[in-house]
Design a protein around this ligand. Structure first.
Ligand SMILES: *Cc1c(COP(=O)(O)O)cnc(C)c1O
Length: 396
Protein backbone atom coordinates (compact mmCIF):
# COMPACT_ATOMS: atom_id res chain seq x y z
CA UNK A 1 0.00 0.00 0.00
CA UNK A 2 1.15 3.53 -0.72
CA UNK A 3 1.08 6.01 2.14
CA UNK A 4 -1.95 7.67 0.58
CA UNK A 5 -3.80 4.35 0.43
CA UNK A 6 -2.83 3.56 4.02
CA UNK A 7 -4.13 6.93 5.19
CA UNK A 8 -7.36 6.60 3.25
CA UNK A 9 -7.98 3.09 4.52
CA UNK A 10 -7.24 3.58 8.23
CA UNK A 11 -7.49 7.28 9.09
CA UNK A 12 -10.89 8.97 9.27
CA UNK A 13 -11.04 11.33 6.33
CA UNK A 14 -11.85 14.55 8.21
CA UNK A 15 -9.30 16.66 6.31
CA UNK A 16 -8.85 17.28 2.60
CA UNK A 17 -5.21 16.27 2.59
CA UNK A 18 -2.19 16.91 0.47
CA UNK A 19 -0.09 13.74 0.16
CA UNK A 20 3.44 15.13 0.09
CA UNK A 21 5.37 12.97 2.57
CA UNK A 22 7.60 15.23 4.64
CA UNK A 23 10.36 13.39 6.45
CA UNK A 24 12.62 16.15 7.80
CA UNK A 25 12.62 19.83 8.65
CA UNK A 26 15.37 22.34 9.33
CA UNK A 27 14.53 25.92 10.26
CA UNK A 28 11.83 27.07 7.85
CA UNK A 29 12.68 24.38 5.30
CA UNK A 30 10.95 20.99 4.91
CA UNK A 31 12.19 17.97 2.95
CA UNK A 32 10.00 15.29 1.40
CA UNK A 33 10.86 11.61 0.95
CA UNK A 34 12.51 12.35 -2.40
CA UNK A 35 14.79 14.99 -0.91
CA UNK A 36 12.88 17.88 -2.53
CA UNK A 37 12.92 21.00 -0.34
CA UNK A 38 10.01 23.28 0.51
CA UNK A 39 10.05 26.67 2.21
CA UNK A 40 7.61 26.51 5.11
CA UNK A 41 5.48 29.68 5.30
CA UNK A 42 2.82 27.81 7.31
CA UNK A 43 4.59 26.45 10.41
CA UNK A 44 1.91 23.79 10.77
CA UNK A 45 -0.68 26.60 11.19
CA UNK A 46 1.36 28.88 13.46
CA UNK A 47 2.69 26.02 15.59
CA UNK A 48 6.40 25.64 14.72
CA UNK A 49 7.20 29.05 16.18
CA UNK A 50 10.96 28.36 16.35
CA UNK A 51 11.08 26.46 13.06
CA UNK A 52 11.92 22.78 12.64
CA UNK A 53 14.68 20.99 14.50
CA UNK A 54 15.71 23.97 16.61
CA UNK A 55 18.69 22.62 18.61
CA UNK A 56 17.61 24.18 21.93
CA UNK A 57 14.04 22.91 21.66
CA UNK A 58 15.18 19.43 20.61
CA UNK A 59 17.64 19.33 23.48
CA UNK A 60 15.02 20.42 26.01
CA UNK A 61 12.57 17.76 24.81
CA UNK A 62 15.22 14.98 24.74
CA UNK A 63 16.58 15.85 28.18
CA UNK A 64 13.10 15.97 29.65
CA UNK A 65 12.12 12.66 28.03
CA UNK A 66 15.17 11.00 29.57
CA UNK A 67 14.02 12.02 33.06
CA UNK A 68 10.24 12.27 33.35
CA UNK A 69 7.72 12.71 30.52
CA UNK A 70 4.61 12.72 32.66
CA UNK A 71 3.25 12.40 36.17
CA UNK A 72 -0.18 13.52 37.35
CA UNK A 73 -1.22 17.04 38.19
CA UNK A 74 -1.70 15.85 41.79
CA UNK A 75 2.07 16.39 42.06
CA UNK A 76 3.86 19.68 41.60
CA UNK A 77 5.59 19.89 38.19
CA UNK A 78 8.71 22.05 38.08
CA UNK A 79 8.79 23.04 34.37
CA UNK A 80 5.04 23.81 34.59
CA UNK A 81 5.59 26.32 37.41
CA UNK A 82 8.60 27.81 35.60
CA UNK A 83 6.72 28.13 32.30
CA UNK A 84 3.79 29.84 34.07
CA UNK A 85 6.27 32.29 35.66
CA UNK A 86 7.90 33.02 32.29
CA UNK A 87 4.53 33.57 30.59
CA UNK A 88 3.33 35.94 33.31
CA UNK A 89 6.63 37.86 33.29
CA UNK A 90 6.66 38.23 29.51
CA UNK A 91 3.00 39.31 29.45
CA UNK A 92 3.55 42.11 31.95
CA UNK A 93 0.17 41.26 33.53
CA UNK A 94 -0.49 40.03 37.06
CA UNK A 95 -2.02 36.70 36.11
CA UNK A 96 -2.16 32.98 36.92
CA UNK A 97 -2.01 30.16 34.37
CA UNK A 98 -3.96 26.92 33.82
CA UNK A 99 -2.49 24.43 31.35
CA UNK A 100 -4.47 22.38 28.81
CA UNK A 101 -3.49 20.63 25.57
CA UNK A 102 -5.01 22.63 22.73
CA UNK A 103 -6.64 25.87 21.73
CA UNK A 104 -10.20 24.59 21.97
CA UNK A 105 -9.51 23.24 25.43
CA UNK A 106 -7.97 26.52 26.53
CA UNK A 107 -11.12 28.32 25.34
CA UNK A 108 -13.31 25.77 27.15
CA UNK A 109 -11.38 26.54 30.33
CA UNK A 110 -11.80 30.28 29.74
CA UNK A 111 -15.57 29.87 29.27
CA UNK A 112 -15.86 27.74 32.43
CA UNK A 113 -13.95 30.36 34.39
CA UNK A 114 -16.18 33.13 33.00
CA UNK A 115 -19.37 31.19 33.75
CA UNK A 116 -18.32 30.56 37.34
CA UNK A 117 -17.37 34.22 37.72
CA UNK A 118 -20.80 35.14 36.34
CA UNK A 119 -22.53 32.77 38.72
CA UNK A 120 -20.77 33.78 41.91
CA UNK A 121 -19.96 37.49 41.63
CA UNK A 122 -23.42 38.89 40.80
CA UNK A 123 -26.95 38.65 42.17
CA UNK A 124 -28.41 37.32 38.94
CA UNK A 125 -26.42 34.62 37.14
CA UNK A 126 -24.52 36.04 34.20
CA UNK A 127 -23.70 33.38 31.62
CA UNK A 128 -23.95 34.78 28.09
CA UNK A 129 -20.82 35.01 25.96
CA UNK A 130 -20.72 37.30 22.94
CA UNK A 131 -18.33 36.52 20.08
CA UNK A 132 -17.81 37.97 16.60
CA UNK A 133 -18.68 36.99 13.09
CA UNK A 134 -15.80 35.29 11.20
CA UNK A 135 -14.21 34.23 14.49
CA UNK A 136 -12.81 30.77 15.17
CA UNK A 137 -12.57 29.35 18.67
CA UNK A 138 -12.23 25.58 18.25
CA UNK A 139 -13.90 22.28 17.38
CA UNK A 140 -15.48 21.03 20.61
CA UNK A 141 -19.27 21.35 20.80
CA UNK A 142 -19.02 24.49 22.93
CA UNK A 143 -16.21 26.22 21.06
CA UNK A 144 -17.86 25.40 17.73
CA UNK A 145 -20.95 27.17 19.08
CA UNK A 146 -18.76 30.10 20.18
CA UNK A 147 -17.30 30.27 16.65
CA UNK A 148 -19.07 33.02 14.70
CA UNK A 149 -19.48 31.16 11.43
CA UNK A 150 -22.94 29.74 10.66
CA UNK A 151 -21.44 26.96 8.53
CA UNK A 152 -19.88 25.44 11.68
CA UNK A 153 -23.24 25.15 13.48
CA UNK A 154 -24.55 22.25 11.43
CA UNK A 155 -27.56 20.37 12.82
CA UNK A 156 -25.38 17.24 12.60
CA UNK A 157 -23.86 18.08 15.97
CA UNK A 158 -26.85 19.68 17.69
CA UNK A 159 -28.03 20.43 20.29
CA UNK A 160 -25.42 23.05 21.18
CA UNK A 161 -25.01 24.68 24.59
CA UNK A 162 -26.97 27.87 25.16
CA UNK A 163 -25.68 31.31 25.91
CA UNK A 164 -23.60 32.10 22.82
CA UNK A 165 -24.34 34.75 20.25
CA UNK A 166 -22.17 36.46 17.69
CA UNK A 167 -22.18 39.95 16.29
CA UNK A 168 -21.23 41.45 12.94
CA UNK A 169 -18.96 44.17 14.34
CA UNK A 170 -17.51 45.58 17.54
CA UNK A 171 -20.18 48.31 17.41
CA UNK A 172 -22.89 45.64 17.50
CA UNK A 173 -21.31 44.08 20.61
CA UNK A 174 -22.32 47.13 22.68
CA UNK A 175 -25.95 46.69 21.65
CA UNK A 176 -25.94 42.94 22.31
CA UNK A 177 -24.86 43.28 25.95
CA UNK A 178 -27.59 42.65 28.52
CA UNK A 179 -27.65 41.95 32.27
CA UNK A 180 -26.95 38.27 31.65
CA UNK A 181 -23.79 38.91 29.61
CA UNK A 182 -20.70 37.61 31.40
CA UNK A 183 -18.01 37.91 28.74
CA UNK A 184 -16.98 39.03 25.28
CA UNK A 185 -14.63 36.58 23.52
CA UNK A 186 -12.57 37.94 20.62
CA UNK A 187 -9.46 37.43 18.51
CA UNK A 188 -7.58 40.71 17.99
CA UNK A 189 -6.55 39.49 14.56
CA UNK A 190 -9.03 36.96 13.23
CA UNK A 191 -6.92 34.10 11.88
CA UNK A 192 -9.02 31.33 10.36
CA UNK A 193 -11.65 33.94 9.44
CA UNK A 194 -9.27 35.67 6.97
CA UNK A 195 -6.31 37.33 8.78
CA UNK A 196 -8.40 40.34 9.75
CA UNK A 197 -7.04 42.70 12.43
CA UNK A 198 -9.32 44.98 14.45
CA UNK A 199 -8.46 48.67 14.96
CA UNK A 200 -6.48 49.40 18.10
CA UNK A 201 -8.74 52.31 19.10
CA UNK A 202 -11.98 50.35 18.83
CA UNK A 203 -10.52 47.49 20.89
CA UNK A 204 -9.27 49.88 23.59
CA UNK A 205 -12.68 51.55 23.70
CA UNK A 206 -14.43 48.17 23.99
CA UNK A 207 -12.03 47.03 26.73
CA UNK A 208 -12.73 50.19 28.75
CA UNK A 209 -16.49 49.80 28.31
CA UNK A 210 -16.47 46.15 29.42
CA UNK A 211 -14.35 46.99 32.44
CA UNK A 212 -16.83 49.67 33.47
CA UNK A 213 -19.73 47.21 33.08
CA UNK A 214 -17.95 44.41 34.97
CA UNK A 215 -18.03 42.18 31.88
CA UNK A 216 -15.04 39.96 31.22
CA UNK A 217 -12.89 40.47 28.13
CA UNK A 218 -11.54 37.14 26.92
CA UNK A 219 -8.92 37.43 24.19
CA UNK A 220 -8.35 34.26 22.17
CA UNK A 221 -4.62 34.46 21.44
CA UNK A 222 -4.34 30.83 20.32
CA UNK A 223 -3.03 32.07 16.97
CA UNK A 224 -1.92 35.65 17.71
CA UNK A 225 0.09 34.78 20.84
CA UNK A 226 3.77 33.92 21.30
CA UNK A 227 5.27 36.77 19.21
CA UNK A 228 3.10 36.11 16.14
CA UNK A 229 2.14 39.80 15.92
CA UNK A 230 5.61 41.04 16.94
CA UNK A 231 4.92 41.27 20.70
CA UNK A 232 4.65 38.35 23.14
CA UNK A 233 0.87 38.83 23.08
CA UNK A 234 -1.31 40.73 20.62
CA UNK A 235 -2.92 42.18 23.78
CA UNK A 236 0.45 43.85 24.51
CA UNK A 237 0.48 45.31 20.99
CA UNK A 238 -3.09 46.59 21.38
CA UNK A 239 -2.29 48.07 24.79
CA UNK A 240 -5.12 46.34 26.65
CA UNK A 241 -5.27 44.19 29.76
CA UNK A 242 -7.80 41.38 29.20
CA UNK A 243 -9.42 39.44 32.05
CA UNK A 244 -8.61 36.13 30.38
CA UNK A 245 -6.16 35.21 27.58
CA UNK A 246 -5.98 31.82 25.88
CA UNK A 247 -2.87 30.47 24.15
CA UNK A 248 -1.88 27.28 22.34
CA UNK A 249 -0.47 26.93 18.81
CA UNK A 250 3.01 28.49 18.97
CA UNK A 251 3.58 27.93 22.69
CA UNK A 252 5.03 24.40 22.52
CA UNK A 253 6.85 24.76 19.20
CA UNK A 254 4.99 21.64 18.00
CA UNK A 255 4.40 19.82 21.27
CA UNK A 256 0.67 20.01 22.12
CA UNK A 257 -0.07 22.58 24.82
CA UNK A 258 -2.79 25.09 25.63
CA UNK A 259 -3.08 27.69 28.37
CA UNK A 260 -5.55 29.96 30.09
CA UNK A 261 -4.07 33.09 31.66
CA UNK A 262 -6.22 35.21 33.95
CA UNK A 263 -6.04 37.98 36.49
CA UNK A 264 -9.02 36.40 38.31
CA UNK A 265 -6.82 33.89 40.10
CA UNK A 266 -9.30 32.92 42.84
CA UNK A 267 -12.34 31.94 40.72
CA UNK A 268 -11.41 28.35 39.89
CA UNK A 269 -10.56 26.30 42.97
CA UNK A 270 -9.51 22.67 43.58
CA UNK A 271 -11.88 20.31 41.78
CA UNK A 272 -13.39 22.93 39.42
CA UNK A 273 -11.31 22.17 36.38
CA UNK A 274 -8.51 19.85 35.32
CA UNK A 275 -6.74 17.93 32.60
CA UNK A 276 -4.87 14.64 32.70
CA UNK A 277 -2.13 15.70 30.31
CA UNK A 278 -2.32 19.48 30.67
CA UNK A 279 0.98 21.07 31.66
CA UNK A 280 2.96 17.85 31.87
CA UNK A 281 6.77 17.73 31.98
CA UNK A 282 7.29 17.23 28.28
CA UNK A 283 5.01 19.98 26.99
CA UNK A 284 6.01 22.58 29.56
CA UNK A 285 9.73 21.85 29.14
CA UNK A 286 9.16 22.46 25.43
CA UNK A 287 7.17 25.65 26.14
CA UNK A 288 9.89 26.95 28.41
CA UNK A 289 12.56 26.36 25.73
CA UNK A 290 10.38 28.06 23.09
CA UNK A 291 9.90 31.15 25.27
CA UNK A 292 13.60 31.30 26.16
CA UNK A 293 14.52 31.18 22.46
CA UNK A 294 11.89 33.69 21.36
CA UNK A 295 12.25 36.19 24.21
CA UNK A 296 15.99 36.40 23.50
CA UNK A 297 15.27 36.76 19.81
CA UNK A 298 12.77 39.52 20.56
CA UNK A 299 15.18 41.38 22.87
CA UNK A 300 17.86 41.32 20.14
CA UNK A 301 15.52 43.13 17.74
CA UNK A 302 15.43 40.17 15.35
CA UNK A 303 11.64 39.66 15.58
CA UNK A 304 11.00 43.27 14.59
CA UNK A 305 13.40 43.00 11.66
CA UNK A 306 11.91 39.74 10.40
CA UNK A 307 8.36 41.03 10.38
CA UNK A 308 9.29 44.26 8.59
CA UNK A 309 11.18 42.34 5.93
CA UNK A 310 8.30 39.87 5.45
CA UNK A 311 5.71 42.63 5.24
CA UNK A 312 7.69 44.60 2.62
CA UNK A 313 8.14 41.54 0.45
CA UNK A 314 4.46 40.61 0.67
CA UNK A 315 3.26 44.14 -0.09
CA UNK A 316 5.52 44.15 -3.10
CA UNK A 317 3.95 40.90 -4.33
CA UNK A 318 0.42 42.29 -3.80
CA UNK A 319 1.32 45.40 -5.82
CA UNK A 320 2.80 43.42 -8.67
CA UNK A 321 -0.23 41.13 -9.03
CA UNK A 322 -3.30 43.37 -8.83
CA UNK A 323 -5.16 40.99 -11.15
CA UNK A 324 -4.90 38.21 -8.51
CA UNK A 325 -5.08 40.08 -5.20
CA UNK A 326 -7.19 42.87 -3.76
CA UNK A 327 -4.81 43.73 -0.96
CA UNK A 328 -2.32 42.60 1.61
CA UNK A 329 -3.67 42.10 5.17
CA UNK A 330 -2.46 41.17 8.65
CA UNK A 331 -0.01 42.13 11.37
CA UNK A 332 3.50 40.93 12.21
CA UNK A 333 4.16 37.42 10.91
CA UNK A 334 0.44 36.70 10.60
CA UNK A 335 -0.29 37.88 7.11
CA UNK A 336 -2.50 37.30 4.11
CA UNK A 337 -3.19 38.19 0.52
CA UNK A 338 -6.88 38.74 -0.15
CA UNK A 339 -7.43 36.92 -3.47
CA UNK A 340 -9.97 38.17 -5.97
CA UNK A 341 -11.77 34.81 -5.87
CA UNK A 342 -11.80 31.48 -4.09
CA UNK A 343 -10.56 29.86 -7.32
CA UNK A 344 -7.49 32.10 -7.33
CA UNK A 345 -6.90 31.31 -3.64
CA UNK A 346 -6.88 27.56 -4.32
CA UNK A 347 -4.79 27.85 -7.51
CA UNK A 348 -2.13 29.94 -5.72
CA UNK A 349 -1.83 27.49 -2.80
CA UNK A 350 -1.60 24.47 -5.12
CA UNK A 351 0.80 26.25 -7.46
CA UNK A 352 3.04 27.26 -4.56
CA UNK A 353 3.23 23.66 -3.34
CA UNK A 354 4.46 22.59 -6.80
CA UNK A 355 7.17 25.28 -6.62
CA UNK A 356 8.23 24.06 -3.17
CA UNK A 357 6.43 26.53 -0.92
CA UNK A 358 3.93 25.65 1.81
CA UNK A 359 1.23 28.30 2.40
CA UNK A 360 -2.30 28.16 3.80
CA UNK A 361 -5.82 29.28 3.17
CA UNK A 362 -7.99 31.34 5.51
CA UNK A 363 -11.59 32.47 5.18
CA UNK A 364 -13.19 32.29 1.76
CA UNK A 365 -10.52 34.01 -0.33
CA UNK A 366 -7.39 34.69 1.70
CA UNK A 367 -3.98 33.13 1.11
CA UNK A 368 -2.36 32.96 4.54
CA UNK A 369 1.29 33.22 5.65
CA UNK A 370 2.40 32.10 9.12
CA UNK A 371 6.19 31.58 8.93
CA UNK A 372 8.16 30.60 12.01
CA UNK A 373 9.17 33.60 14.13
CA UNK A 374 12.83 32.64 13.64
CA UNK A 375 12.69 32.45 9.82
CA UNK A 376 15.85 33.85 8.20
CA UNK A 377 16.07 36.49 5.44
CA UNK A 378 17.50 33.87 3.08
CA UNK A 379 14.50 31.60 3.69
CA UNK A 380 12.11 34.51 3.15
CA UNK A 381 13.89 35.50 -0.09
CA UNK A 382 13.74 31.94 -1.39
CA UNK A 383 10.07 31.55 -0.36
CA UNK A 384 9.03 34.74 -2.12
CA UNK A 385 11.00 33.77 -5.22
CA UNK A 386 8.99 30.53 -5.34
CA UNK A 387 5.73 32.41 -4.70
CA UNK A 388 6.50 34.80 -7.56
CA UNK A 389 7.13 31.91 -9.89
CA UNK A 390 3.88 30.18 -8.80
CA UNK A 391 1.91 33.41 -9.36
CA UNK A 392 3.40 33.77 -12.84
CA UNK A 393 2.06 30.33 -13.71
CA UNK A 394 -1.40 31.04 -12.20
CA UNK A 395 -1.59 34.19 -14.34
CA UNK A 396 -0.46 32.42 -17.52
C1 LIG B 1 -6.50 27.17 16.00
C2 LIG B 1 -7.36 28.03 16.85
C3 LIG B 1 -8.17 27.49 17.86
C4 LIG B 1 -8.29 26.01 18.09
O1 LIG B 1 -7.09 25.43 18.51
P1 LIG B 1 -6.96 23.82 18.55
O2 LIG B 1 -5.60 23.61 19.14
O3 LIG B 1 -7.08 23.35 17.15
O4 LIG B 1 -8.05 23.32 19.40
C5 LIG B 1 -8.87 28.37 18.66
N1 LIG B 1 -8.82 29.70 18.47
C6 LIG B 1 -8.06 30.25 17.50
C7 LIG B 1 -8.01 31.73 17.35
C8 LIG B 1 -7.31 29.44 16.65
O5 LIG B 1 -6.58 29.98 15.67
Amino acid sequence: MTLEELDKKYVLQTYSRDYTNFVKGQGATLYDENGKDYIDFASGIAVNSVGHNHPKLVEAICNQAKNIIHISNLQVIEPQAKLAQKMVELSGYDMGVFFANSGAEANEGAIKLARKYGGTKFENKRYKVITLEHSFHGRTITTVKATGQESFHTPNFSPYPEGFSYEKSIDDVYKAIDDETVAVLIELVQGEGGVQPFEKEEIQKLAAHLKEKGILLIVDEVQTGVYRTGEFLASNLYGIEPDIITLAKGLGGGVPIGAVMTKHKDVLVAGDHGSTFGGNYLSTAAGLAVLEILSEYYESGAVGEALLYFEEKLQDIAKRHPNLFEKEVGIGLMRGLRAKSADIQVAVIKGAMKEGLVILKAGRNTVRFLPSITITKEEMDEGFKRLESALGKVEA
